[in-house]
Design a protein around this ligand. Structure first.
Ligand SMILES: Nc1ncnc2c1ncn2[C@@H]1O[C@H](COP(=O)(O)OP(=O)(O)OP(=O)(O)O)[C@@H](O)[C@H]1O
Length: 368
């Protein structure tokens, strides 16, 4: 079923007399997609999950589930389940009993419970582990038991609070694939919390980037990576080179005393802007071919690429990811395509950014 399943309308959450943890958050979640709340520690991600689950109530604003306000509906009456960071499994129970727990509370018949638990275990690939104590399992296996326990209740929404953070890198990557695949097979809406930007980019249909109780930007992983709307998002999602510049006119931006062709438009002439170029979009070139002249300061081998730190004539630092090795101390050129430049307005909000893109689209279609 398509359509909105959860929405937040200007939700504020304040604990005691302290500064609000959520400062007016609005968003819509569509059925059957994989959403990620991404942001630094303390920005309010877990608070959003707690509000959706019913473990906390908003101070102001409304939360809707299937079109109905659920601000005061108790947690056990919402078709929502949570997988916590520490899995919250019962250590003294075996796998079967951990997964069956919620069903026993609902007093379902024994054979129905067995059938549902088997189905959930099949889903997470743990058939045969029914009698195993959860304390005798690996982190990844325990994670899968926690997921089985959540999906056995057939929730409409599954909330996952940093479920992979306790795993080592290899297992985490493996679980990212498994979770993503599981979400697509189940067709349940997943709302996943992480502070790991690579994890968010790899797994999500849609990302909300949060900072200090607000959503800074929302969009597909590509939107957010390619078109960050401000310095916070550009810095938080991947590594970026950010320089102050001036928009001369549509498709021409200037910084460090040089003008460059770009693909951005819709800003005011002579407007002060910030220019973003990703390190992997800078190519090592000769001094003649390069658009920027820089001196190589340091170079680190990172396995797939070299991470090269350079400085231009005005002392600005440029980070380059390249498979080519350079000589530290040498002068080199850096080449980039006009598409590699992304121009951001200072402190632009998401609404302003959307309006600018829309206005720009109208200009484009007039010209056709
Ligand atoms: N029950 C509570 N009482 C008072 N303050 C709280 C409570 N729960 C959370 N907070 C505060 O709310 C802010 C946001 O916390 P939240 O757990 O939502 O952030 P987060 O983005 O999930 O962070 P993390 O990634 O570290 O879990 C923090 O400053 C936290 O100290």
């Amino acid at each position: 079923m398509e359509g909105t399943i959860i929405s937040f309308d200007e939700v504020i959450k304040q604990y005691d007399d302290e500064e609000a943890v959520l400062k007016g958050v609005s968003f819509e979640i569509e059925r059957g997609k994989f959403y990620t709340l991404l942001g630094p520690s303390g920005c309010g991600k877990t608070t959003i999950l707690r509000l959706i689950a019913g473990f906390a109530e908003p101070t102001a604003g409304s939360i809707y589930l299937n079109g109905k306000v659920i601000n005061h509906i108790p947690a056990n009456e919402r078709q929502v389940n949570t997988v916590f960071q520490d899995y919250a499994l019962f250590p003294h129970l075996n796998v079967f009993e951990n997964v069956a727990f919620g069903l026993r509370i609902k007093k379902l018949k024994k054979d129905v419970i067995t059938q549902k638990v088997q189905e959930a275990l099949r889903f997470v690939n743990l058939v045969g582990y029914e009698q195993r104590g959860v304390s005798e399992m690996s982190g990844g296996q325990r994670q899968r038991v926690a997921i089985a326990r959540a999906i056995v209740n057939e929730p409409q929404v599954l909330l996952l609070d940093e479920p992979l953070s306790a795993l080592d890198l290899k297992l985490r990557t493996e679980m990212q694939y498994i979770l993503r695949e599981m979400q697509q097979r189940l067709g349940i809406t997943f709302i996943f919390v992480t502070h790991d930007q690579e994890e968010a980019l790899a797994m999500s249909d849609w990302i909300f980037v949060m900072n200090e109780g607000r959503i800074e930007q929302s969009g597909t992983p590509n939107d957010i990576y390619d078109e960050p709307i401000n310095r916070f998002v550009a810095d938080f999602i991947g590594e970026s080179n950010i320089v102050p510049g001036v928009m001369i006119e549509d498709y021409v931006v200037e910084w460090g005393g040089h003008r460059f062709e770009c693909v951005d438009a819709g800003l005011k002439a002579n407007e002060a802007v910030e220019v973003v170029i990703r390190p992997e979009d800078l190519e090592i070139a000769t001094l003649e071919q390069g658009k920027l002249k820089v001196r190589v300061d340091s170079q680190l081998f990172r396995g797939v690429h070299y991470e090269i730190c350079c400085y231009d004539e005005s002392g600005h630092e440029w980070l380059v990811h390249s498979t080519r090795k350079v000589t530290v101390g040498s002068e080199i050129g850096l080449y980039f395509d006009p598409e590699a430049i992304h121009v951001m307005r200072f402190g632009e909000t998401e609404e302003e950014f959307d309006r600018r893109l829309e206005a720009y689209g109208e200009v484009e279609s007039h010209e056709e």
